[in-house]
Design a protein around this ligand. Structure first.
Ligand code: SAM
Length: 237
């Protein structure tokens, strides 16, 4: 049986500096800006000619933080509560025989500077530093299948948490937004509305405290029922 040796063509720079908090699919958090830095020689403008004509692209990438020596035929997807096992090929789990990811994302801009190009994307579900294997244009006539059946994942995950910021977090977020991270508040709101908690923590009635990392910030938040309160933002310790 042949094996193949693929070289990354680029790398993802995203706000998700740890896995906790990354949305479970692309398109769920559109406030997340992503830069796809292309490596030479793939970063030449001619390699991207006509790509601007597409609003979305497929990004094929490596789940580089999910590398395992062996694969398992079943996984327990978070959206089924984390207990029910299904076949790995019926899932979009990162833990697969070949840890390859596939995400359709918005192509916001192509920036070329001195003959080196990078892509500005939106709506990714990529960990910062994710290696990219390929980019392809999204072809609505071929890729959009509105009559397709979505199995156990027919609808987007229904979480819809209410997200509020306390006074301290409001002031801290405004300062970071001003200084370095435009759109930070809507990013935090969208990430938390998607409820990143592990399945076994969802639905509990007691008040729970969490911390997640976005960029180089620690974001602290508490959950009570379907209400999330952001309580503090600080530089990563
Ligand atoms: N849309 C892609 C797909 O269908 O192949 C990814 C779906 S997968 C469920 C999305 C999750 O992969 C994210 O929530 C995050 O936990 C994880 N992830 C993202 N980038 C990763 C990386 N570079 N290494 C390992 N896990 C990663």
């Amino acid at each position: 049986m042949h094996s193949f040796d693929f070289q990354p063509i680029g790398i993802i720079h995203s706000c998700y500096t740890e896995k906790f908090g990354i949305p479970r699919q692309s398109g769920l958090v559109t406030a997340a800006p992503v830069t796809l830095e292309l490596y030479a020689p793939y970063d030449r403008p001619e390699a991207l000619m006509e790509l601007r004509g597409f609003s979305h692209v497929w990004v094929i990438f490596v789940f580089h933080q999910a590398m395992r020596d062996e694969w398992k035929p079943t996984v327990r997807p978070p959206r089924l509560g984390g207990n029910q096992r299904i076949g790995v090929f019926a899932s979009r789990s990162p833990f697969r025989p070949n840890p390859i990811g596939l995400s359709a994302v918005m192509l916001e801009d192509i920036q070329c500077d001195n003959g080196h190009c990078q892509l500005r994307l939106r709506g990714g579900d990529f960990l910062d530093g994710t290696p990219v294997l390929d980019i392809k244009p999204y072809l609505p006539y071929a890729d959009a299948l509105p009559d397709a059946c979505g199995g156990f994942a027919a609808q987007p995950p229904h979480n819809e948490m209410t997200v509020v910021f306390n006074e301290l977090a409001t002031a801290q977020c405004a300062r970071w937004e001003q200084a370095q991270y435009p759109g930070l508040r809507s990013l935090i709101e969208q990430v938390l509305q998607a409820d990143p908690r592990p399945a076994y923590r969802v639905g509990r009635k007691d008040k729970q405290s969490f911390g997640m990392r976005l960029y180089d910030l620690d974001v602290k938040w508490v959950v009570c029922g379907s209400r999330i309160e952001v309580t503090a933002l600080s530089l990563k310790a």
